[in-house]
Design a binder for this molecule. Sequence first.
Ligand SMILES: *Cc1c(COP(=O)(O)O)cnc(C)c1O
Length: 361
Amino acid sequence: MYPRLVIDLNKLKSNLDEMAAITKRGNCSLMVVTKVLCADVEMAKMIAAHPDVKYVADSRVKNIAKYADIVRGAGKMTTLLRIPMHSEIEDVVKYVDLCFNSELSTIRLLNAEAKKQGKVQNILLMIDLGDLREGIFFKNEDLIYEAVEEILKMENICLYGIGVNLTCYGAIIPKNENLSILVEWAKKIEDKYDIKLQMVSGGNSSSVYLVDKGELPEGINNLRLGESFVLGNDTAYETKLPRTTDDTVILQAQIVELKEKPSLPIGEVGVDAFGQKPYYEDRGIIKRAIIAVGKQDTDLGSMTPVDEKIDILGGSSDHTILDVTKSDKNYQVGDVVEFKLGYGGVLKNATSEYVERVYIG
Ligand SMILES: *Cc1c(COP(=O)(O)O)cnc(C)c1O
């Protein structure tokens, strides 16, 4: 059935080997992030089996629940990246071995629930270094100490470490300078309370570039990698990481109509199905292929046809329209067209229940 994602587990494994090598060079443990593929279980099995992976992470508890047994069975830790909702505390304690936090009210609920379930819940306290998404703001010294002090008194919470997230909301790029502030905070907390933090987590795929420049501060001992693993992207400067591939996931969709028609619609132009005023280029009479996948399943701006002579003209909820005029292939109704996907494309397709999955490897 189409549309479908072809997920190449061999290529993903090869990218993962590369991420393992980079994190090793940076003296960091490797946390692999699965959210872009909605915690695909076949992928999770491959990740959990990798000897260099210590943590398997996702932003949603529902996703983690799908593979918690597999990850724990392999002796690795499940990790929840998004700050938990008060309404999901029970499941967090049940499925998550390490969760990221920034609110004392939530940590108190975790403590009570962990006691109920007879567990000690590991948490990572998030510090905001200026990207302005989650975390206690790094300049609010009193708030950080206050939080640490209360956490250390909780019987069923273990302060596993501290962490930062960058290049998400504020698009702030990780550097030696800002990440050094996190390392300083770790030292201040360790000295003041005479404890050892197991993890100082220095960010996501945008921090990878620092390793081979020798600029990742000593003391950062963990990186959390999603996009660099799945697509080989350094997301700080939008470069390709060496020895990685960006075609680990391919979208295949089937042609349901193929006709020669003008490229310019005829009549007064209003707005399209999504309320947008479209722009049309006059290409004369062209060979237009309609494929059965649309904005409900995919992100048109995040698709690149594998056949480079195809152009994506646009689409609506359930249809995407291609110009196949220049292609060397004589497409027919029923043929399958393939696309490489960017981050948004993989995410949207993996989320759609209308997109099937097949695996290589
Ligand atoms: C999504 C996410 C990551 C992984 O980000 P990538 O850019 O895909 O590597 C890491 N940490 C947190 C907190 C996240 O939400």
